[in-house]
Ligand binder design. Structure first.
Ligand SMILES: Nc1ncnc2c1ncn2[C@@H]1O[C@H](COP(=O)(O)OP(=O)(O)O)[C@@H](O)[C@H]1O
Ligand SMILES: [Mg+2]
Length: 224
């Protein structure tokens, strides 16, 4: 039996004193799952994801991620959690003044890994995303699909247990989207990293075994 890496019990989420966005959600994501969160625009997908990476305080209920209890979590435990996860956004969030190599390598350097091993790892990641020939290019010299591959490499650089991705293919054409989905599938199957991905549209060819959380009117349904 796989153990759960994310567990929510009667979880309520909302902004300030506004009405709840996510109501009484209970679900689990197991180690090495590939989980999709879907729902119409504004249904609360990003809200739910943000709570999982400690970017939105929990109104009440229980949420644990990688063994960290996120209800009233102090900043120090959010920082520790962040070291165990990688995050990918719809708009890539690369640093445009830095070349690709530096975008991938710098988070490892500031985490205190020896420079030489950071360099070797960066080269390996660049090969993995098939952009070794563009190592010295800057983000705006790359296509959207290429930038998203760099963002994924950066997320992988810290050896995360989980990758959270919010609409990672939202700005991409079908060809680039397929590449991102197959990279994520490989990360899940070969590196055994748990994936939680928000998308308003499931990929057409989902060949991976997956879990599906569907949000409707604030209720999180586990689809089977
Ligand atoms: N920072 C915020 N402050 C107040 N309300 C917000 C904030 N961010 C999102 N919301 C509201 O929460 C609801 C869900 O938003 P969101 O989680 O972004 O939806 P989705 O990602 O499914 O499109 C929306 O009604 C949105 O207006
Ligand atoms: Mg969203």
């Amino acid at each position: 039996m796989k153990s759960s890496i994310i567990a929510a019990l009667n979880l309520n989420l909302g902004y300030n004193k506004d009405p709840l966005i996510i109501k009484n959600a209970s679900f689990q994501v197991k180690e090495n799952d590939f989980a999709f969160i879907t729902g119409v625009s504004g249904s609360g997908k990003s809200t739910l994801l943000r709570s999982m990476y400690g970017n939105l305080p929990i109104r009440d209920g229980h949420l644990s991620v990688c063994g960290f209890n996120l209800l009233n979590a102090p900043k120090s435990s959010i920082r520790k959690l962040r070291r165990q996860i990688g995050i990918v956004f719809q708009d890539y969030k690369l640093i445009k003044e830095w070349n690709i190599e530096r975008n991938i390598m710098f988070p490892m350097v500031i985490s205190g890994f020896p420079k030489n091993s950071c360099k070797i790892k960066t080269e390996r990641l660049l090969r993995h995303i098939r952009l070794e020939h563009k190592a010295k290019k800057y983000p705006l010299e790359l296509s959207g699909g290429e930038q998203q591959r760099v963002a994924l490499a950066r997320a992988l650089a810290g050896n995360p247990k989980i990758i959270f991705a919010d609409e990672p293919t939202g700005n991409l054409d079908d060809y680039s989207s397929d590449l991102i989905w197959s990279l994520l599938k490989g990360v899940n199957e070969q590196l055994k990293i748990t994936i939680v991905v928000v998308t308003h549209r499931m990929p057409d060819k989902i060949s991976m075994h997956h879990k599906h959380l569907y949000i409707e009117n604030g209720v999180v349904h586990e689809m089977v």
